[in-house]
Design a protein around this ligand. Structure first.
Ligand code: HEC
Length: 162
């Protein structure tokens, strides 16, 4: 009687996060928590920093440098419609502080959230996670697409983009 010794091939599970950086300019946040998931090769893993959210913005082109005219338009809207709930530091007021938001999120996600907040809070897991922390549903601010883009530029300025 022969005994066959099988040597089990070690399956190296590659991180699914590497290929999803769709040119959003280096978000710099690579999650490092794959070690624990072992051999489950679920193809669903997507880096939160590459998610685009739900709404009309699917491909926003962002220049490497900040556009001062857009940002100036953005700060005016911020003062009137956002400042009562969002600080520019990382401190939470009613909603999260905006410091670093352009590093945590894609432009698409931010602009979809800003213009399509009800659907985002109902369907987007990242948005729902924020709601769990903040406990207040952000009201729809009735922004135009341009408003959302201008505010996003102001957020970039706030995050130190020159
Ligand atoms: C009445 C308070 C309130 C106002 C006004 C408000 N927000 Fe919010 N915002 C929130 C809350 C609360 C959250 C967290 C999600 C939730 O609980 O709904 C949030 C989350 C966000 C996020 C996600 C932040 C992150 O860290 O990912 C963005 C982007 C955002 N708001 C944009 C805006 C913009 C742009 C305006 C102004 C046009 C605005 N908000 C006005 C309350 C507000």
């Amino acid at each position: 009687m022969k005994k066959i010794i099988y040597s089990l091939p070690l399956l190296i599970v590659m991180s699914a996060c590497g290929g999803t950086d769709n040119g959003n300019g280096g978000t710099g946040t690579e999650p490092t928590s794959n070690a624990a998931t072992g051999t489950e090769s679920t193809a669903t893993a997507q880096d939160p920093a590459s998610k685009k959210g739900i709404g009309k913005f699917t491909d926003v082109k962002i220049a490497p440098t900040m556009d001062a005219a857009m940002s100036d338009a953005g700060i005016k809207i911020y003062d009137v419609k956002c400042a009562s709930c969002h600080k520019l530091t990382d401190e939470r007021l009613v909603g999260p502080g905006w410091k670093g938001v352009t590093e945590r999120r894609t432009p698409e996600w931010v602009m979809n959230f800003s213009t399509n907040v009800d659907e985002m809070l109902t369907k987007d897991p990242e948005a729902q996670a924020l709601l769990e922390i903040c406990l207040v549903r952000m009201p729809n601010q009735n922004l135009s697409d341009d408003d959302a883009r201008h505010i996003y530029e102001f957020m970039r300025k706030n995050d130190g983009v020159k």
